[in-house]
Design a protein around this ligand. Sequence first.
Ligand code: OGA
Ligand code: MN
Length: 303
Amino acid sequence: MSDTTSVTIRQIHPLFVGEVEGVDLTRPLSPEEVQAIERGMDRYAVLVFRGQNITDEQQAAFSRNFGDLERPGAASNITKPEDRRLGPEIADISNLDKQNNRFGRDDRQRFFNLGNQLWHSDSSFKPIPAKYSALSARAIPSIGGNTEFADMRAAYDALDEATKAEIEGLICEHSLIYSRGLLGFEVTEEERANFRPVRQSLVRTHPVSGRKSIYLSSHIGGIVGWPRPEAMAFIRDLIEHATQREFVYAHQWRQYDLVMWDNRQTMHRARRYNDIGETRDMRRTTVAGDAPTAEQVPEEQVA
Ligand code: OGA
Ligand code: MN
């Protein structure tokens, strides 16, 4: 294989996360650069690119090197199409409305967005969940607002053998109704229909490395065949295990950082900041996955 790129990756956490140098994401990438980044993703699961002053179009073009992009529509948000601030391929992870004003304390969109502070994997509530997410920091608050990542491969490896055997083959139900419900957020009937639960395997195997990971998310609201309270107590326990400090990297943002993560191998969450008084403008592109992780309920059995 040719080795003609200047891309270098340095691991910055004992278990995962690489910091990438020698690549300008605002320009079209060579096939060698794309391959180096993809290999880095397979290995480190989270990649940090510093100093990338990128436009939405450039971010979308960069992300498309790794697959088709998800379009964040009614299935993943409560924003009406006419209220969207950004284009159809960009998930708005800011605290800004369409007029670039910060959401007020009692704004329903703000309540919904607070769900990002719960550990999750992006689009685990879609039948074919996300592969990569790329988050670009256009404006950051002066304090707070870190993003934390947890390595679900390391979390899997650290389980005892009995638990590994117990979770093998389990299927979970994921929906935005469940993660938002944890915060007391109530969805409308229309939103409920958009957020119908989907099924995902609780154990996933990475297609390249062959490593297993626990596919956890706060979007989980049940385990197929289990009584609900027992399922929720178990999932809570697994999330607690999987997010112990040794498995976690906390990213402290600088303006123009771009961080890309593999949703199949990690969970992440936003940390608090003063979203009433300071602007945090983050924009996400999401690379779609290529296959479901479990069989869905046949349409005719859905109530
Ligand atoms: C996301 C997300 C966390 C953050 O972009 O998917 O969860 O810190 N972001 O904004
Ligand atoms: Mn997210």
